[in-house]
Design a protein around this ligand. Structure first.
Ligand SMILES: [Cu+2]
Length: 337
């Protein structure tokens, strides 16, 4: 074996090993943490096993055919003998009967899984509305007057119903660890159920090409024990606190005096825009720009001055706010916990 062959074989092994590492990733369908995802993973593994067995059988038959010699092929006259009765039975069993049986079983398993994913009369413990926007997620808790963005907090051990729709184009919501995909379609309301017993932080994404920033349209589902979830809900229900010192007061005036108010809501003030995410509790969120960057003071400043360099093509224009004004605005936004 020459060096090139050796090297390419080595690289192939590395490649295969790398693929295996993906099985345990946060966003792997083979690593379920919720009821829906478990049903899907079971179906997937069942189909993989059936597929592997069928494939193996085909390969074995192929090899047998390849190496078995027939008397008729030893001379030059073509083999015109019809297949024997046994051979005919074999073809009917393996070529017709077996595929029908296997496909029927797989189809049945699919139907059962579909039914499990969308319980017809499921009584949800909590309803959350998720509205897709280019390129972020509006998240509303209609029974609790809570509005947030790009983070879906849910209690563990509860059946959560997501009502999905879109404000502009078709998006698709996908949290691989918890469930399959569901489309968000303008003018329609789709439903999806989330149930998990495991507290955790599950990454989700848009799974339908929806425009230039489709790839930076992430969100997270944060599953918490019910007590913690109630606490989060209580905190998010509060309107924004009024500024307590001169700097944050100035920051609020700058915010309310800028174009921010046309696009953003801060409950408890006059800002009631609905084009961008609700900022009433922006400081409590972990990321800005739907997972584009972590929510740090520096990133927040960078985002306000030039959101286009962080997330090119997004629908927030650069805001020309500088120096002390920017510092005051940032100090104010930091109070919005
Ligand atoms: Cu999208």
């Amino acid at each position: 074996m020459n060096i090139d062959r050796k090297r390419s074989r080595f690289l192939l092994w590395i490649f295969l090993l790398l693929i295996v590492t993906a099985c345990d990733a946060e966003t792997s369908v083979l690593n379920p943490h919720g009821e829906g995802a478990e049903h899907i993973a079971n179906l997937l593994i069942f189909m993989l096993i059936v597929g592997a067995v069928v494939y193996l059988q085909v390969i074995i038959l192929f090899l047998i055919a390849l190496f078995r010699r027939r008397a008729a092929t030893t001379n030059d006259t073509p083999d015109t003998k019809p297949p024997s009765r046994n051979a005919q039975l074999f073809i009917i069993a393996n070529g017709i009967a077996l595929p029908i049986i296997i496909l029927t079983i797989v189809f049945g398993f699919n139907l059962v899984t579909l039914a499990e994913l969308s319980p017809a009369n499921a009584s949800a413990d909590l309803t959350i509305e998720v509205i897709g926007h280019r390129w972020w997620w509006e998240v509303r808790y209609p029974d609790h007057s809570v509005v947030t963005a790009n983070e879906i907090y849910i209690p563990t051990g509860a059946q959560v119903e997501l009502r999905l729709t879109s404000a502009d184009v078709i998006h698709s919501l996908w949290v691989p660890a918890l469930n399959g995909k569901a489309d968000l379609i303008p003018g329609r309301s789709n439903r999806m159920y989330l149930y998990t017993d495991e507290a955790g932080d599950y990454l989700g994404m848009c799974a339908e090409l929806c425009g230039i920033q489709h790839a930076k349209m992430q969100f997270r589902v944060i599953a918490q024990p019910p007590e913690d979830f109630e606490q989060w809900l209580e905190q998010q229900r509060q309107p924004a606190p009024s500024p307590q010192d001169e700097v944050t007061l100035r920051g609020q005036q700058i915010f309310l005096g800028s174009a921010c108010v046309y696009c953003h809501t801060v409950r408890g003030t006059n800002a009631s825009g609905v084009i961008g995410p609700d900022l009433t509790h922006i400081a409590s969120r972990d990321t800005i720009g739907a997972g584009a960057v972590p929510n740090t003071l520096g990133n927040l400043a960078g985002w306000i001055i030039d959101p286009q360099s962080i997330k090119p093509g997004n629908l927030m224009p650069p805001m020309y706010i500088e120096g002390d004004d920017l510092q005051a605005l940032l100090a104010y936004l930091e109070t919005l916990r």
